[in-house]
Design a protein around this ligand. Structure first.
Ligand SMILES: Nc1nc2c([nH]c(=O)n2[C@@H]2O[C@H](COP(=O)(O)OP(=O)(O)OP(=O)(O)O)[C@@H](O)[C@H]2O)c(=O)[nH]1
Length: 137
């Protein structure tokens, strides 16, 4: 089975976190995710994230702390997500691939219909994010 290695950006701004909704035409249609994508050969995860964010949303990001990788087996492929906490360095968001974005307080992240591989990432992020949007129980 195909095993994808994918970076994803947990972008923080003003105490909120960016979630992106996959388009109806993408795999996992209309699921929410953190923007990012497959790591190209020879690329570091950080380089991949910076490239993907320019391609997908037209923004340059500063890549910060990494969170634990999450591996999930979907029916037709397996993905390992490499999450990083990021901030926007330059640019305004213009969606080139996603259907929508939403800026949410940490405490509301769990309300979206996330891609399954993201659920452990969200829990890891909530565990380290006291101070971003306040404590979450
Ligand atoms: N970028 C991103 N991809 C995720 C997340 N969670 C998750 O399961 N994925 C899966 O990881 C893969 C990411 O690859 P990609 O972003 O480069 O690929 P893609 O949307 O163009 O999909 P495609 O290869 O079907 O065209 C997708 O299959 C996506 O469904 C996430 O939070 N961010």
């Amino acid at each position: 089975m195909k095993h994808l290695h994918v970076t994803c950006a947990i972008i923080e701004r003003d105490g909120l976190v960016l979630a992106a909704q996959r388009s109806a035409a993408m795999s996992l249609p209309l699921k929410w995710e953190f923007p990012g994508g497959k790591i190209d050969p020879g690329e570091t995860p950080e380089e991949c994230l910076r490239r993907e964010l320019v391609e997908e949303m037209g923004v340059r990001v500063r890549v910060g702390e990494s969170l634990p990788a999450s591996t999930h087996r979907y029916p037709t492929f397996t993905v390992t997500l490499y999450p990083f906490v990021c901030s926007i360095e330059a640019g305004e968001i213009v969606l080139h691939e996603h259907a929508a974005v939403s800026w949410l307080p940490v405490g509301e992240l769990r309300t979206l219909d996330w891609a399954e591989a993201d659920l452990p990432v969200i829990e890891s992020y909530i565990a380290v994010s006291v101070g971003v949007g306040g404590a979450v129980c």
